[in-house]
Ligand binder design. Sequence first.
Ligand code: HPA
Length: 274
Amino acid sequence: MIEKINESKAFIDKVISNKKIETMIILGSGMGGFEENYEPMHQIDYKDIPNFLTPSVEGHAGKLSIVSINEKLTAILSGRAHYYEGYPIQDLVIPIRTFSLLGVQNLILTNAAGGISNTYEPGDIVSISDHINLTGNNPLIGKNLENFGPRFPDMSEIYDKGFQKLAKEVSKNHFEFKTGIYAWFTGPSYETPAEVQFAKNIGADLVGMSTVPEAIAAKHAGMKVSAFSLVTNLAAGISKNPLNHEEVVEIADLSKQKLQGFMKEFLSELNLDN
Ligand code: HPA
């Protein structure tokens, strides 16, 4: 595994002439196109980067853009591969570990999610305050990579409180600030109403099929993490209607302006503060 990560790092290092990258953002369903807000210094398809997985799902381009925000290099990863696509979970976090070696300290994750909390409606943007991993899997299973972090890393504050405070501040110009706990299911089937009820009973506000492996690997590597869900639908059973991916993509598209406006300002502030 470490050989793969070193190989990916060496490839990107060459492209960016060994400069340090400070911040990384992964764009989930519907957030693609955000990179067009910036003049890219470099753009590379994942398929051309050794060991990066190419997403197979609509709405996930699979493209890395390196941009400068407040004079700090920022990696924008448009699209991600998911566990339900059949990849080993350790391979899903190769980009996180690669960018950790490239100097990244701030990670922002975005996703589309189903809303459980009765304070949410489709189109809302929610700052993730914590997560529940319901899959029984973990990207740190296997030999521990000591140069990233310890065998038994602390997870009591994965989603950085300082970043959450900043998100609350910045959101004032964009939308009503909401927070929530994200429950990770593998998918690809949507949850059953009973599963959603279970997630609700154990404290979850959102359900989704991504983000958690990346957040765990990033925290292990000592990164500061923040994550945002775009609520594209009410979760199964909370919504009276059956769920479908087209609707998820459609709502994500409708709300993307709002999330992008927020994210531009958030990234700019983040790269000033740190
Ligand atoms: N469940 C899981 N993942 C999702 C959902 C959902 O309801 N909506 C968007 N991604």
